[in-house]
Design a protein around this ligand. Sequence first.
Ligand code: AMP
Ligand code: MN
Ligand code: MN
Ligand code: MN
Length: 288
Amino acid sequence: MNLDATLNADLHCHSVVSDGTLTPEALAARARAAGVRLWALTDHDEIAGQQRALDAARALGLPYLTGTEISVTFAGRVVHIVGLGFDHEAAELAEGLRATRGGRGARAREMAAGLAAAGIPGAYEGALNYVGNPDLISRTHFARFLVDAGHCHDIPEVFRRFLTEGRPGFVPHRWAALRDAVGWVTRAGGIAVIAHPGRYGFTPTEEYALITEFMAHGGRGIEVVTGSHTPAEFVQYADTAREFGLLASRGSDFHSPDESRIDLGALPPLAAGLTPVWAELAHRIHHA
Ligand code: AMP
Ligand code: MN
Ligand code: MN
Ligand code: MN
């Protein structure tokens, strides 16, 4: 198998096991049909879909890497760490993710209280109707409810008006520590990757602190080509990967056919000359 930078790898997407709308099986079929040659399902804080994704990929002859996207609190902000190619039966990773998911129920009830005070009653029950995994109620499920109930036109509007810092449905939350998230993935035999670095709004100094601390804990990769980056950021974070000697990753961050701008496998390839994260995970790829 050719594992160079031009490979159509899609190593970031979500299923009904977190806040996507497709099953792991439907995502596998969609990835395959879109020409993806190496796939990973990366549900938020959850690996319950990994065996299903692996089995579906195997049945389709689609090479597969295990994946997850861990919510981390770093310097008072939320950062996402993608883990790839780990042993999905590793106990420490499973326990760490379970603990990370733990506060979501209480947070969701607080979010609903904030929304009720802003004139939107019943949002907790409403959001629950959209949840595939009761352990993983997320802001996305609230957003789908608010759109379908007619409070907003689309999901970006919900986040702008209700679900981001300073808005009535936003509840600050303490997620995993960077050191722990990187450690769980690495000790399970995988590689930790900084997800969509362009999305955090960090100053260069803050970003430098994130990358150096991440690397000090054993983190090795960074997303360069993601559905969350502009073409200018593809170039910027390719430079960042080279500068820090980080492995480059690529993934659509696909959530839903109705909501996602970028489909599975549809992004441009990584720039030649980058070392792709998959080149270092050859021994962790599940083949048909
Ligand atoms: P949570 O983990 O519950 O805080 O929810 C985070 C999820 O909300 C992300 O993974 C995205 O899927 C979604 N999200 C965050 N910000 C936005 C936004 N501005 N527009 C649309 N979706 C967003
Ligand atoms: Mn999401
Ligand atoms: Mn993310
Ligand atoms: Mn994601």
